[in-house]
Design a protein around this ligand. Structure first.
Ligand code: NAD
Length: 453
């Protein structure tokens, strides 16, 4: 049995029977059986079905947000934004089936054309931090390209995925096209990774598990996309609008209680303004409202589990350089206060490892070259920010930081229409935008001889 817990109250909100490897096999078999029909649906009709699904998700946005908030502890206002993005992602990819264009390539003796073919059954394995949102980034392009799918949500947060399965069915997505299995990663997830009838794994989760998935997929030469961990740098130059940068820096790392792969969990600040920046940041940290996720004014909820809180706390041992600390409730719930460590060296454990909680390391730098060196001195490369009023510097530094996405004078990374994914050990491939479709299609080349012999 899987006991689903509300991390803000520690109450069990649902008990589910855990899927087994046999259930995973059955889900793959259903998806395999549904594939020929789904790929043959006319592209305009497939688009229409996805649009209907997007409308249904829009209509159920509020109840999905409440469920997501109860299962993850995230503030209801954040959950509403996320469910808005889920529907928007389906609206965006509903336009894709009719735009999966091929090429015509000049060749001698004939005509050459390419087609974008679906892969077949794709298995999608997702984490607990943005459960339905991350699943939608994979499901929408997968379905638009004509694949059928098996979705495995994280054991801690399966509830919105199960609701999605119902909504898809009611919206008219044919039987067997969308299949959800709720079970342990090490059994059910592993089985999907090794299953001979699964053509591709799209995984979001930790870098450690991602490595195992890449290795496991090798046995059947599966296509693999991986969205993994991060330790992104928020680089603040002395010539930045410091007030704006400091006001936004806490949200950029404490949003979703720091359980965000894009968290700007290293703030690199130019030496001359280090103290001033910390003073400017203080009210934004101490003013964060941590508490009841269903209170509209709440900025930050609890961590996902007691084990995770223990792990986060291990990064702030006795004697750690705690420069600023916010408040957190006591009693039931996996609470942890927003915590700013400063000054920290880039080699310290808190600066080197992904904490995935509300703890940020603030690191001083000397000059532009030093900032780039420190930003790149990590195994990760997922997102990041640059704050400066010098446009040439902004672009120069943006090009040199080894990361899949970077924002200038902003701390946001994710938009439905733009590619998102990591360099280095933050992953392989891109989600969202037009690029995601490349990972759910194969290019087929067809040559037609036109010369008479
Ligand atoms: P996790 O790697 O522990 O689990 C992710 C999923 O993989 C879960 O569904 C889990 O059941 C499954 N899984 C676990 N072991 C497996 C195995 N051996 N084979 C197949 N599947 C297995 O990650 P998590 O703790 O749920 O999520 C946190 C991590 O996710 C963080 O490292 C975070 O940075 C990362 N993340 C990355 C992105 C991104 O887009 N790059 C987004 C969100 C989260």
């Amino acid at each position: 049995m899987i006991e689903v817990v509300n991390p803000a109250t520690e109450e069990v909100i649902e008990r589910l029977e855990a899927a087994t490897t046999e259930d995973a096999d059955a889900a793959v078999a259903r998806a395999k059986a549904a594939f020929p029909k789904w790929r043959a649906v006319e592209s305009a009709d497939r688009g229409r079905l996805l649009r209907r699904l997007a409308d249904a998700l829009d209509a159920e946005k509020e109840s999905l947000a409440q469920l997501e908030s109860r299962n993850t502890g995230k503030p209801i206002s954040d959950a509403r934004d996320e469910m808005g993005m889920v529907a928007e992602t389906f609206h965006y990819y509903a336009g894709a089936p009719e735009r999966l264009l091929g090429d015509t390539i000049p060749v001698s003796g004939g005509v050459d054309v390419t087609f974008r073919e679906p892969l077949g059954v794709v298995a999608l394995i997702v984490p607990w931090n943005f459960p339905l949102t991350i699943a939608s980034w994979k499901m929408a392009p997968a379905l638009a390209a004509g694949n059928t799918l098996v979705l495995k949500p994280a054991e801690l947060t399966p509830l919105t995925a199960l609701e999605f399965e119902r909504i898809a069915r009611e919206a008219g997505i044919p039987e067997g096209v969308v299949n959800v299995v709720v079970g342990p990663g090490r059994e059910v997830g592993k089985r999907l990774v090794e299953h001979p009838d699964v053509a591709k794994i799209a995984f979001t989760g930790s870098t450690e598990v991602g490595k195992g998935i890449m290795a496991g997929a090798a046995g059947t030469i599966k296509r693999v996309t991986l969205e993994l961990g991060g330790k992104s740098a928020n680089v603040v130059f002395a010539d930045a609008d410091l007030e704006k940068a400091a006001a936004s820096a806490p949200v950029a790392v404490f949003g979703n209680a720091g359980q965000d792969c894009c968290a700007r969990s290293r703030i690199l600040v130019e030496k001359g303004v280090f103290g001033e920046f910390l003073s400017l940041m203080e009210p934004a940290v101490t003013g964060m409202r941590v508490g009841n996720p269903f209170d509209e004014a709440t900025d930050m909820g609890p961590l996902i589990s007691v084990d995770h809180r223990e792990n986060v706390a291990s990064y702030v041992p006795e004697g750690a350089p705690v420069a600023i600390r916010g408040e957190a409730p006591e009693g039931a719930g996996f609470w942890y206060p927003p915590t700013v460590l400063a000054p920290v060296s880039n080699d310290d454990r808190a600066a080197a490892e992904e904490i995935f909680g509300p703890v940020v390391a603030v690191i001083p730098f000397e000059d532009e070259e030093d900032a780039i060196r420190l930003a790149n001195d990590t195994i990760y490369g997922l997102s990041g920010s640059i704050w400066t009023q010098n446009g040439s510097r902004a672009l120069r530094v943006a090009r040199r930081i080894e990361t899949g996405a970077i924002s200038i004078n902003s701390n946001t990374s994710v938009r439905v229409g733009t590619p998102f994914g990591g360099m280095k050990q933050s992953g392989v491939g891109r989600e969202l935008g037009p690029h995601a479709l490349d990972h759910y299609t194969e290019v087929k080349n067809v040559y037609f001889a036109t010369e008479e012999d």
